[in-house]
Design a protein around this ligand. Structure first.
Ligand SMILES: *[C@@H]1O[C@H](CO)[C@@H](O)[C@H](O)[C@H]1NC(C)=O
Ligand SMILES: *[C@@H]1O[C@H](CO)[C@@H](O)[C@H](O)[C@H]1NC(C)=O
Length: 137
């Protein structure tokens, strides 16, 4: 069987890059971001693990915050994340994709130093926003 070169090249490109991690930064994903302690650097691996431990855990196949909490935390090592619905009375049902996008956007502003910010959407089926903060612990 003979394949034309372009087809082989295309197949190689596709198989070499299965679902690359989303690294896009959208500054409009967030608002009201304040870096609260620029001199502090939190271990980035700890932040990444804490990020997946909000809402009792959103790792693996879980794609959304479970349980509709009004607030939730995620912690690992030196990283402590706290989330709260920006509008009192609303609950957090943020998807993993949106949450990761908001964290990328905030870390693009503050690096791995503590911050407070607001994620656009993520509460009450995106009718409301989610305030979130990163602190050292
Ligand atoms: C956080 O959620 C708990 C229940 O999960 C609730 O008792 C508490 O009042 C909430 N705190 C705030 C600040 O909303
Ligand atoms: C969420 O953050 C916004 C912007 O900083 C603030 O106006 C609002 O009061 C905060 N919501 C809560 C529940 O603290």
């Amino acid at each position: 069987m003979h394949y034309s070169f372009p087809l082989i090249a295309l197949a190689t490109i596709i198989s070499a890059s299965p679902l690359p991690a989303n690294t896009n930064v959208n500054p409009k994903a967030i608002t009201s971001t304040k870096c609260t302690a620029k001199q502090v650097t939190i271990n980035s691996h700890d932040i990444n693990v804490a990020l997946l431990s909000i809402c009792g855990g959103i790792a693996g196949k879980i794609e959304q915050c479970q349980g509709n909490p009004t607030n939730t935390t995620g912690a690992s090592g030196g990283a402590f994340l706290s989330l709260e619905a920006a509008t009192p009375g609303q609950t957090i049902d943020i998807t993993k994709g949106r949450w990761e996008g908001c964290m990328r956007a905030a870390r693009a502003v503050c690096g791995d130093s503590p911050f407070t910010s607001t994620c656009i959407g993520g509460a009450d089926i995106n009718r409301g926003n989610v305030n979130f903060s990163l602190a050292a612990q």
